[in-house]
Design a protein around this ligand. Structure first.
Ligand code: ADP
Length: 311
């Protein structure tokens, strides 16, 4: 095997070939090599690249986290929790977790490649989506959220940027960096986390604790955002956004034609008392999803740029 590797750079980040050391049960050491390709995006500490396994040619998305950023025990704890929760999840609408490894500089998390970016980029191109598209995407999110609930996992950061699109246009929920796994049903979490526009009021309150209902709230914010083109509580500063969330101050703009059923669903979900929010089953049963036509399982790739044609 070729022993030349791109790891002649000090920094694994700039290397073009990444080596994974594999210690076999008999103590033998083997190397798995990946070529680092296209830059896909960056998050908090991570940079994400396309990786192709030089032997199998399989292409994945590799989240590269510099160990330097993990010096604080909290950061390390968070990454370990993300890996522990995500690697146990297997669902067609959740980004597949392939495996992870480390070298001296970085931790590498190999994930299913979602080649059509996230709903953020989609909405930026399209401005807003049609009701048919929103029905299709939200039903896929709900399928993944049912699975998460059955595994006692709260995602806690559902937002457009964490809804990935595969080459087949399937929704894939990703980024479990803020997720929590409950020990028992009825357990409440207290840590404040989430992303300003999508954060539920009970998380901001911080006193009562929160549970799965925070993800339902975010689903309501996502539905609104996809239909209207901007999040319901968005303002130019975070404090005002939080105040609006606490006061449930949002409205439906006149210039966007929205059906009564879509407004009714959003109004049902964006309720400040988490106990009064609908369950996933109640959302699926809502009239918004039952308009006399069949919602397609998937949308054509042409909808990445243009609305679907009505046949
Ligand atoms: P962080 O958890 O640090 O916020 P993310 O998981 O959100 O990092 O990833 C950062 C960016 O990398 C994403 O916004 C996206 O552009 C890209 N990315 C992440 N995971 C994938 C993936 N599985 N397939 C394609 N691109 C991805």
């Amino acid at each position: 095997m070729d022993s030349k590797s791109g790891r002649n750079h000090e920094d694994g980040e700039s290397a073009t070939t990444i080596e994974e050391k594999i210690v076999k049960t008999n103590g033998e050491v083997a190397m798995r090599r990946y070529s680092k390709g296209r830059f896909l995006g960056k998050g908090g500490f991570a940079r994400v690249y396309e990786f192709s396994n030089l032997e199998t040619r399989k292409v994945t998305a590799a989240k590269i986290v510099p160990k330097e950023s993990l010096q604080k025990s909290r950061a390390k704890q968070k990454l370990m929790s993300e890996i522990k929760i995500h690697r146990a999840l297997h669902h067609p609408n959740i980004v597949g977790f392939e495996h992870f490894f480390e070298d001296n500089e970085n931790v590498y998390i190999l994930l299913e490649l979602c080649s059509n970016q996230t709903m953020n980029e989609l909405l930026r191109r399209r401005k807003r989506l049609t009701e048919l598209e929103v029905q299709c995407y939200i039903l896929q999110c709900i399928s993944a959220m049912r699975y998460l609930q059955s595994h006692k996992v709260i995602h806690r950061d559902l937002k457009l940027g964490n809804l990935f699109l595969s080459d087949k246009m399937e929704i894939k929920i990703g980024d479990f960096g803020l997720a929590a796994k409950l020990e028992y049903d009825g357990e409440k979490k207290k840590t404040i986390c989430g992303t300003p526009n999508y954060i539920a009021p009970e998380v901001l309150d911080g006193k009562t604790g929160h549970s799965y209902e925070v993800d339902i709230w975010s689903l309501g914010v996502i539905t609104y955002t996809l239909l209207v083109g901007k999040p319901p509580f968005e303002t130019s500063d975070v404090k005002t956004t939080y105040r609006r969330i606490k006061m449930n101050a949002y409205s439906f703009p006149d210039h966007v034609p929205l059906s009564e059923s879509s407004k009714s669903l959003i109004t049902r979900i964006l309720v400040n008392d988490p106990a009064k929010r609908p369950t996933l089953d109640e959302i699926v049963a809502h009239e918004f999803f039952h308009q006399g036509y069949t919602v397609p399982k998937l949308l054509p790739a042409s909808t990445l740029a243009c609305p679907p044609s009505v046949s």
